[in-house]
Design a protein around this ligand. Sequence first.
Ligand SMILES: Cc1cc2nc3c(=O)[nH]c(=O)nc-3n(C[C@H](O)[C@H](O)[C@H](O)COP(=O)(O)OP(=O)(O)OC[C@H]3O[C@@H](n4cnc5c(N)ncnc54)[C@H](O)[C@@H]3O)c2cc1C
Length: 379
Amino acid sequence: MTAPLIIIGSGFAAYQLVKNLRRKKSGRPIMLFTANSGDEYNKPDLSHVFTRQQNADDLISHTGAEFAQQYQVELFANTRVEAIDVEAKAITANGVCYPYSALVLATGATTFVPRLEGDASQEIITLNSLDEYRCSQQRIALAKRVLIMGGGLIGTELAMDLAASGKQVQILEPGTQLMASILPDFVSTSLEKQLRQEQVSVECRSYAVAMKYLDGTIQVTSNKGLTYQVDGVISAAGLRPNLTLASQAGLQVNQGIVVDKQLKTSADSVYAIGDCAEIDGKVMAYLQPIILSANTLASTLMSESSTLTMPAMMIKVKTPNYPIQIGGAHDVDSQWKVELSPQGIVAKAYDQQQRLTGFVVTKDNINQAFPLLREVQTA
Ligand SMILES: Cc1cc2nc3c(=O)[nH]c(=O)nc-3n(C[C@H](O)[C@H](O)[C@H](O)COP(=O)(O)OP(=O)(O)OC[C@H]3O[C@@H](n4cnc5c(N)ncnc54)[C@H](O)[C@@H]3O)c2cc1C
């Protein structure tokens, strides 16, 4: 009997792959191992659970069992894969060996939690999965003051959501501006102004160095020697792809598990997709690259020829009181043409040859995002 396709993980990447395979009419047996329940949910919804007053279970669209039945998958829920033997083409989980004909790692990423001095550092909350939210939802609901470590996309979205649900929020951002990796400074400044109006304090060039219990609360000390007395601390200090299984199996890893344009790793019949994968030297922890990757990988697994191409893509920043959409690419050498008005910003990035490479639109101008994206894609 032919060994099944084994998938490790039950996040968006794994489930998108399963859906693509079944949509393409692949009847191939699939075993899916996941460290969690396998319940399906839309992870970006974690950015607005506080204003919507949703608990973890409210986000579940299908239970793991429902998903498994609908897509004819043998689900091993709450089962962590312990090892991969690429020579024997088998994985080990709960001490049992399962052979595979092909193996897909969709093991995602883990939020980086900085090591801090003090007795309260174990209180740091992370929100990169439904289970993490489930563990901390009660604590966050009761908190009046929340400190967020990191003013990137996720930290900023969470800050606006927490503030809109009535909490005082403090962001500590080590860099010089919010969302430095995706926003030009003039947009960050406008966003920061909006956040301040919503009682979110932003302290740039700042990071936590210590956390201790104080009078039933938590006192956080920053590198500048400032102290913040809060009821909860969330780390949004960036993601680290989960590489342990892959590196122990001898797969080539760098920032992520290195894959080619067919999502193949360095080992025969082993593939990687999603937040754990590195494509063209980049880890792209967003849904759109995963959608494109899942389509390509499904074709690859069905022996159809397919090569991943990444068109200019768009990121929507879920800060509802100051909506932002970012498209294409820009870098330090980009020349910006910026229109500022009470309706928001339209900023276009051009390269040395005066080609439009990217853009950022805010507030009422977000309706210009799709036409601009088409311009970037055809430039
Ligand atoms: C708050 C928040 C908001 C976001 N908003 C957006 C947005 O607006 N737009 C956007 O494009 N992206 C957004 N993202 C990012 C997007 O959600 C992720 O890129 C995507 O969900 C990652 O999916 P994944 O399947 O690769 O990883 P994950 O969802 O992390 O899944 C990894 C899976 O692997 C399993 N696993 C790991 N190791 C093992 C093991 N050894 N054995 C068994 N199972 C294992 C885990 O249990 C899990 O099921 C957001 C992310 C967050 C946290």
